[in-house]
Design a protein around this ligand. Structure first.
Ligand SMILES: [Zn+2]
Length: 229
Protein backbone atom coordinates (compact mmCIF):
# COMPACT_ATOMS: atom_id res chain seq x y z
CA UNK A 1 0.00 0.00 0.00
CA UNK A 2 2.77 2.34 0.94
CA UNK A 3 4.53 1.60 -2.30
CA UNK A 4 1.35 2.20 -4.29
CA UNK A 5 0.91 5.52 -2.61
CA UNK A 6 4.46 6.54 -3.47
CA UNK A 7 3.88 5.60 -7.09
CA UNK A 8 0.73 7.64 -7.21
CA UNK A 9 2.46 10.65 -5.73
CA UNK A 10 5.29 10.36 -8.25
CA UNK A 11 2.79 10.13 -11.07
CA UNK A 12 1.06 13.21 -9.77
CA UNK A 13 4.33 15.10 -9.66
CA UNK A 14 5.81 13.95 -12.95
CA UNK A 15 2.73 12.93 -14.90
CA UNK A 16 0.77 16.14 -15.06
CA UNK A 17 1.68 18.11 -18.14
CA UNK A 18 0.02 20.69 -20.28
CA UNK A 19 1.76 19.11 -23.27
CA UNK A 20 0.83 15.54 -22.37
CA UNK A 21 -1.29 15.05 -25.50
CA UNK A 22 1.50 15.45 -28.03
CA UNK A 23 4.99 14.67 -26.85
CA UNK A 24 8.00 15.73 -28.85
CA UNK A 25 10.40 12.81 -29.05
CA UNK A 26 14.11 13.46 -28.91
CA UNK A 27 17.00 10.99 -29.19
CA UNK A 28 19.79 11.46 -26.66
CA UNK A 29 23.00 9.51 -27.28
CA UNK A 30 25.17 8.98 -24.22
CA UNK A 31 28.70 8.12 -25.35
CA UNK A 32 30.00 4.69 -24.36
CA UNK A 33 33.61 5.52 -25.25
CA UNK A 34 34.36 7.74 -22.26
CA UNK A 35 33.09 8.37 -18.73
CA UNK A 36 29.79 9.93 -19.86
CA UNK A 37 27.74 6.96 -18.86
CA UNK A 38 29.36 6.50 -15.47
CA UNK A 39 29.06 10.21 -14.67
CA UNK A 40 25.61 10.97 -15.99
CA UNK A 41 23.60 7.74 -16.12
CA UNK A 42 22.44 8.28 -12.50
CA UNK A 43 20.69 11.45 -13.72
CA UNK A 44 18.76 9.95 -16.63
CA UNK A 45 15.55 9.29 -14.71
CA UNK A 46 15.47 12.78 -13.18
CA UNK A 47 16.26 14.48 -16.51
CA UNK A 48 13.62 12.41 -18.31
CA UNK A 49 10.99 13.35 -15.71
CA UNK A 50 11.86 17.05 -16.00
CA UNK A 51 11.37 16.98 -19.78
CA UNK A 52 8.25 14.78 -19.65
CA UNK A 53 6.63 17.51 -17.59
CA UNK A 54 7.07 19.97 -20.44
CA UNK A 55 6.02 17.53 -23.16
CA UNK A 56 9.41 16.33 -24.39
CA UNK A 57 10.16 12.61 -24.32
CA UNK A 58 13.86 11.72 -24.10
CA UNK A 59 14.72 8.52 -25.92
CA UNK A 60 18.05 7.46 -24.39
CA UNK A 61 20.55 5.62 -26.57
CA UNK A 62 24.06 4.43 -25.92
CA UNK A 63 26.92 5.44 -28.23
CA UNK A 64 28.00 8.37 -30.39
CA UNK A 65 25.73 10.72 -32.27
CA UNK A 66 25.30 9.23 -35.78
CA UNK A 67 26.76 11.45 -38.50
CA UNK A 68 23.76 11.13 -40.80
CA UNK A 69 20.05 10.57 -40.57
CA UNK A 70 20.28 7.21 -42.33
CA UNK A 71 22.98 6.11 -39.91
CA UNK A 72 20.57 6.92 -37.10
CA UNK A 73 18.32 4.30 -38.62
CA UNK A 74 15.00 5.87 -37.78
CA UNK A 75 12.72 6.61 -40.67
CA UNK A 76 10.80 9.30 -38.89
CA UNK A 77 12.96 12.39 -38.63
CA UNK A 78 13.68 13.07 -35.03
CA UNK A 79 15.90 15.56 -33.29
CA UNK A 80 19.06 14.00 -31.87
CA UNK A 81 21.55 15.18 -29.29
CA UNK A 82 24.80 13.56 -28.23
CA UNK A 83 26.67 13.74 -24.95
CA UNK A 84 30.36 13.00 -24.63
CA UNK A 85 32.92 13.71 -21.94
CA UNK A 86 36.38 15.28 -21.87
CA UNK A 87 38.53 14.49 -18.85
CA UNK A 88 39.69 18.09 -18.56
CA UNK A 89 38.06 21.33 -19.62
CA UNK A 90 40.11 22.91 -22.44
CA UNK A 91 41.88 26.25 -21.93
CA UNK A 92 39.26 27.86 -24.13
CA UNK A 93 36.36 26.81 -21.91
CA UNK A 94 34.46 29.60 -20.22
CA UNK A 95 35.37 29.84 -16.53
CA UNK A 96 33.08 27.66 -14.47
CA UNK A 97 31.39 26.10 -17.51
CA UNK A 98 30.48 22.45 -17.02
CA UNK A 99 30.01 21.80 -20.73
CA UNK A 100 29.87 23.23 -24.24
CA UNK A 101 27.95 22.29 -27.37
CA UNK A 102 28.54 22.08 -31.11
CA UNK A 103 26.58 21.07 -34.20
CA UNK A 104 27.54 17.79 -35.84
CA UNK A 105 26.80 17.50 -39.56
CA UNK A 106 23.17 16.80 -40.27
CA UNK A 107 22.44 14.78 -37.26
CA UNK A 108 22.19 17.12 -34.35
CA UNK A 109 24.07 18.84 -31.59
CA UNK A 110 26.72 17.32 -29.40
CA UNK A 111 27.28 18.35 -25.79
CA UNK A 112 30.78 17.99 -24.39
CA UNK A 113 30.85 17.64 -20.63
CA UNK A 114 34.03 18.51 -18.71
CA UNK A 115 34.65 15.72 -16.26
CA UNK A 116 37.04 17.64 -13.96
CA UNK A 117 34.52 20.42 -13.47
CA UNK A 118 31.60 18.07 -13.09
CA UNK A 119 33.44 16.07 -10.42
CA UNK A 120 34.17 19.30 -8.56
CA UNK A 121 30.49 20.28 -8.83
CA UNK A 122 29.40 16.88 -7.49
CA UNK A 123 32.01 17.14 -4.72
CA UNK A 124 30.67 20.52 -3.64
CA UNK A 125 27.08 19.28 -3.66
CA UNK A 126 27.27 15.74 -2.37
CA UNK A 127 23.69 15.95 -1.07
CA UNK A 128 22.58 16.02 -4.70
CA UNK A 129 24.12 12.66 -5.45
CA UNK A 130 21.14 10.85 -3.94
CA UNK A 131 18.73 9.67 -6.63
CA UNK A 132 20.89 11.33 -9.27
CA UNK A 133 19.50 14.81 -8.67
CA UNK A 134 22.78 16.61 -9.41
CA UNK A 135 23.49 14.69 -12.61
CA UNK A 136 19.84 15.00 -13.62
CA UNK A 137 19.75 18.77 -13.31
CA UNK A 138 23.09 19.18 -15.09
CA UNK A 139 21.73 17.04 -17.94
CA UNK A 140 18.49 19.04 -18.02
CA UNK A 141 20.40 22.35 -18.09
CA UNK A 142 22.72 21.28 -20.91
CA UNK A 143 20.00 19.60 -22.98
CA UNK A 144 17.79 22.68 -22.64
CA UNK A 145 20.60 24.81 -24.10
CA UNK A 146 20.91 22.67 -27.21
CA UNK A 147 17.15 22.29 -27.60
CA UNK A 148 16.69 26.07 -27.49
CA UNK A 149 19.66 26.44 -29.83
CA UNK A 150 20.56 29.89 -28.56
CA UNK A 151 23.24 31.01 -26.12
CA UNK A 152 21.31 32.42 -23.21
CA UNK A 153 20.48 31.86 -19.57
CA UNK A 154 17.42 32.61 -17.48
CA UNK A 155 16.97 34.70 -14.36
CA UNK A 156 15.62 31.70 -12.50
CA UNK A 157 15.05 27.96 -12.68
CA UNK A 158 17.00 25.18 -14.37
CA UNK A 159 18.54 27.47 -17.01
CA UNK A 160 19.93 29.98 -14.51
CA UNK A 161 23.63 30.72 -15.11
CA UNK A 162 24.58 30.28 -11.46
CA UNK A 163 22.39 28.18 -9.23
CA UNK A 164 21.89 29.54 -5.69
CA UNK A 165 21.72 27.60 -2.45
CA UNK A 166 17.93 27.74 -2.53
CA UNK A 167 18.02 26.31 -6.08
CA UNK A 168 20.09 23.40 -4.77
CA UNK A 169 17.52 22.84 -2.02
CA UNK A 170 14.79 22.74 -4.64
CA UNK A 171 16.82 20.16 -6.58
CA UNK A 172 16.99 17.85 -3.58
CA UNK A 173 13.17 17.70 -3.70
CA UNK A 174 13.14 17.65 -7.52
CA UNK A 175 11.18 20.90 -7.55
CA UNK A 176 13.47 23.18 -9.56
CA UNK A 177 11.77 23.70 -12.93
CA UNK A 178 12.06 25.58 -16.23
CA UNK A 179 10.49 29.04 -16.51
CA UNK A 180 7.49 29.26 -18.84
CA UNK A 181 9.58 31.25 -21.29
CA UNK A 182 12.25 28.52 -21.29
CA UNK A 183 9.59 25.91 -22.04
CA UNK A 184 8.36 28.02 -24.94
CA UNK A 185 11.89 28.45 -26.34
CA UNK A 186 12.61 24.73 -26.01
CA UNK A 187 9.55 23.86 -28.09
CA UNK A 188 10.27 26.62 -30.61
CA UNK A 189 13.90 25.55 -30.87
CA UNK A 190 13.01 21.91 -31.45
CA UNK A 191 10.46 22.79 -34.15
CA UNK A 192 12.95 25.03 -35.97
CA UNK A 193 15.83 22.56 -35.73
CA UNK A 194 13.65 19.70 -36.92
CA UNK A 195 12.40 21.78 -39.87
CA UNK A 196 16.00 22.63 -40.82
CA UNK A 197 16.97 19.02 -40.55
CA UNK A 198 14.09 17.92 -42.73
CA UNK A 199 14.87 20.42 -45.49
CA UNK A 200 18.59 19.62 -45.35
CA UNK A 201 17.95 15.93 -45.64
CA UNK A 202 15.60 16.46 -48.57
CA UNK A 203 18.09 18.71 -50.33
CA UNK A 204 21.23 16.69 -49.90
CA UNK A 205 22.60 13.99 -47.71
CA UNK A 206 26.10 15.40 -47.62
CA UNK A 207 27.74 16.47 -44.42
CA UNK A 208 28.02 19.96 -43.08
CA UNK A 209 24.64 21.22 -44.18
CA UNK A 210 23.69 22.37 -40.74
CA UNK A 211 27.08 23.73 -39.85
CA UNK A 212 25.95 27.30 -40.19
CA UNK A 213 23.33 26.72 -37.59
CA UNK A 214 19.93 28.00 -38.60
CA UNK A 215 19.09 29.04 -35.10
CA UNK A 216 16.47 31.74 -34.63
CA UNK A 217 18.65 34.36 -32.98
CA UNK A 218 21.37 36.14 -34.92
CA UNK A 219 24.73 36.23 -33.24
CA UNK A 220 24.34 32.65 -32.15
CA UNK A 221 27.86 31.20 -32.11
CA UNK A 222 26.97 28.50 -34.64
CA UNK A 223 26.60 25.91 -32.01
CA UNK A 224 29.88 26.39 -30.27
CA UNK A 225 29.77 27.18 -26.58
CA UNK A 226 26.01 27.26 -26.59
CA UNK A 227 26.14 26.10 -23.06
CA UNK A 228 28.24 28.31 -20.90
CA UNK A 229 27.52 26.40 -17.79
ZN1 LIG B 1 24.24 27.18 -19.09
Amino acid sequence: MRRQLTTMVLLAVFGGSMYAAEKTRVDVYLSNRDDSSELLRPGKVVASAIFERIGVHLNWRSGGLPATQSAAGNGALQKAFGIRTLERAPESATGGALASARIVGLSGTEITVYEDRLQRFFGNHSNLARAGAGAGYVLAHELAHVMQGVARHSESGILKAQWSSSDFEEMVFHRLAFTNFDVELIHQGLVIQLANRRSESLADGSAGGLAAGGFPVSGSPAGSDLAKR
